[in-house]
Design a binder for this molecule. Structure first.
Ligand code: ATP
Length: 389
């Protein structure tokens, strides 16, 4: 337990010292919170100390234009592995308090959609403190994302602003999702079960820490749209092959975060989906979903929000996103597992669908025939199978 409360502090004078090199900036102090505990957690996710330093320090970080309402700044490491987020004093304090219990859970369940915090630091310079957390990056820049949502399961004020919509890849919200994708997203039964089980377990962990107001960040890559786009627009960034690729963190992709249960069942697809979870929309278009739970450090804000949002509570108490943790968790899960994600009621694996389409023209009629059966009328209407391949 002592490891969680250690703060390592190193002073970097501009002229250098026995321990630190000279530099061209003003003097600063660099604090590392719980260095031993975080190193242990990084090890849990297969991140070696030298790979970690290499990812963060060998190339300049890339600033993302995704700062939310909190005014945090976001950076991604040049190898796409880590997100670096500036956090407020209270958030850093909350993370420190949360760490022992939070990581006890992650230790037992490394396959989780909860954020993985790999480090907490503070740079003190010119009388200012800049606190930063290092987390897993949910959205690989190597995959072109077509649409992105931040979902809470609440409808109150959950529509993206006009300003947000003007961004190249805006972060849309619950009401936008309901409008854009009213039928939801269809997942193979194994995948759906694994995802919902993981969400359920993660919500329980958050509930046990009385955490609320978290979101599910979901970015969607539409394979069919990408194939129609001119080549070159497929990826936003390419990997520099001259550099030795550092070892990828374990359980870091959406697929690795959920597939534990289904893998034991032995029926889950093993095709390479670039870490995304395969799904379809109601048009039958093939999608890859990149998801994770974000924004779990803001529970302290609730006290403030509660004080200021009495009007909203009076207005419509049931739809405001300020609720006790159990209610929040349940509503979140219900929204995700019945409105956002749906199980394909009958679906042979995609691979076998393709094979069947190649081998037997009679089989190709199957999905149309099946639509007439009312019990399976929810099957997304797929494109002709020949086009899919
Ligand atoms: P708000 O207060 O509006 O909720 P915030 O400043 O707390 O915002 P987040 O909601 O945590 O910020 O994230 C804002 C955006 O940053 C997200 O919509 C997403 O695009 C990006 N982002 C956050 N966390 C990650 C992550 N782990 N991986 C990739 N992108 C992320």
């Amino acid at each position: 337990m002592q490891d969680f409360y250690v703060v390592e502090s190193i002073f970097f004078p501009s002229e250098g010292s026995n321990l630190t090199p000279a530099h061209h900036y003003n003097d600063f102090r660099f604090k590392t919170y719980a260095p031993v505990a975080f190193r242990y957690f990084r090890e849990l996710f297969g991140i070696r100390p030298d790979d970690y330093l290499y990812s963060l320090c060998s190339e300049p970080l890339i600033e993302l234009c995704s700062s939310g309402a909190s005014g945090s700044l976001f950076y991604v490491s040049s190898d796409d592995e880590f997100i670096i987020k500036t956090v407020q004093h209270k958030e850093a304090e909350f993370l420190q308090k949360l760490l022992p219990g939070y990581y006890m859970n992650l230790n037992q369940n490394p396959r989780t959609l909860l954020p993985k915090f790999y480090g907490l630091y503070c740079v003190q310079a010119g009388g200012k403190n800049i606190r930063i957390v290092v987390m897993n990056n949910l959205l690989p820049r190597s995959v072109k994302m077509h649409i992105k949502y931040d979902l809470k399961g609440s409808t109150y004020k959950r529509r993206a602003s006009q300003k947000e919509r003007e961004k190249p890849l805006p972060t849309l919200k619950d009401l936008d999702f309901l409008q854009d994708i009213p039928d939801g997203l269809f997942l193979d039964a194994d995948m759906y079960n694994a995802l919902c089980k993981t969400l359920q377990r993660d919500c329980l962990v958050l509930q046990s820490f009385k955490i609320m107001d978290y979101s599910l960040l979901m970015s969607i890559h539409n394979i069919d749209h990408a194939q129609r786009e001119p080549s070159g627009s497929e990826t936003q960034y390419s990997v520099d092959t001259r550099r030795p690729a550092p070892q990828k963190a374990l359980y870091s992709t959406a697929m690795e975060s959920i597939q534990g249960e289904a893998r034991r069942g032995g029926t889950m697809e093993t095709e390479d989906h670039m870490g995304g979870i395969p799904a379809r929309n109601s048009k039958g278009e093939r999608l890859l979903l990149y998801i994770g739970i974000i924004d779990i450090l803001q529970s302290y804000r609730f006290v403030k929000k509660l004080e200021h949002s009495w009007k909203a509570l009076v207005h419509d108490g049931d739809t405001v996103s300020v609720h006790r943790p159990g209610f929040y968790a349940e509503r979140f899960q219900r929204f995700m597992c019945s409105t956002v994600f749906k199980k394909i009621p009958f679906q042979p694996s995609w691979k076998s669908l393709k094979l069947k389409s190649q081998s037997s023209p009679i089989e190709q009629k199957t999905s149309e025939d099946l639509e007439q059966d009312s019990t399976i009328s929810m099957i997304p209407r797929c494109q002709p199978l020949s086009q899919q391949s």
